[in-house]
Design a protein around this ligand. Structure first.
Ligand code: DX5
Ligand code: ZN
Length: 215
């Protein structure tokens, strides 16, 4: 069964406690938290105060996805507000190996995200250092976009790379994920599925999460 990570970007920010409660009562294991800086991506979302608050309202894993330039500046701050997994973008890091080590030194799991145009091969030399690879199945910045079909073959390639290296790395998919593509993604090798609009726009979000778990 895949790990399900509802993306809070699609939650009701006027009634956040209610949506956190829904995720708490659901079969989802993680909260997916999207941090955007308006520079790396053409959008600004939320930051530490919101994550800190969510942390105080849940015991679930906080999976933080940084869509920001120069993420090294904030690694310690995200640890302080409760991040369990900290994912940075390959495209935003000049010294990726150093950044990965800094995240792990803070006691968090280290993830690297790849934009749709970035081949998985760029991670070959750090794959044994990673806890998670996030494959973007849309261009980062916004919820509710259309899933990019090339993602399946990317997941298969990454799965092979991880197996060949004897590494222990979670493959996470983010963007346009829902019950319509969940099974095919798991078949290709996905371990964790992020879903924002599909979950929060569902008539019964808790039941929808249960459907994703069945993928
Ligand atoms: C997009 C974010 C996603 C977003 C997914 O840049 O990284 O996590 O919330 O939203 P959906 O599931 O609506 O595509
Ligand atoms: Zn995300």
């Amino acid at each position: 069964m895949p790990i399900v990570a509802p993306s809070i970007l699609a939650a009701d920010f006027g009634n956040l406690a209610k949506d956190i409660e829904m995720v708490n009562n659901s079969q989802a294991e993680w909260f997916h938290l999207d941090v955007m800086d308006g520079v790396f991506v053409p959008n600004i979302s939320y930051g530490m105060p919101i994550i800190d608050k969510i942390n105080s309202l849940t015991d679930k894993v906080l999976d933080v996805h940084l869509m920001i330039v120069d993420p090294d500046r904030f690694i310690a701050d995200f640890k302080k507000v409760g991040a369990d997994i900290l994912t940075v973008h390959y495209e935003a890091c000049t010294h990726l190996h150093r950044t990965i080590q800094a995240i792990k030194a803070e006691g968090m799991k280290a993830g690297v995200a790849l934009n749709p145009h970035t081949p998985v091969a760029v991670l070959e030399d750090v794959i044994n250092d990673l806890d998670l690879v996030l494959i973007m199945s849309v261009n980062p910045g916004f919820g509710g976009q259309k899933f990019i079909e090339n993602t399946y073959s990317k997941v298969s390639k990454l799965k092979k790379m991880i197996t060949d290296a004897g590494a222990d790395v979670i493959i996470e998919i983010d963007g346009g994920v829902g019950v319509q593509n969940a099974s095919k993604l798991v078949e290709a090798g996905a371990d964790a599925l992020v879903a924002g609009s599909a979950v929060f726009n569902a008539e019964n979000p808790e039941a929808y999460i249960a459907e994703l778990k069945k993928a």
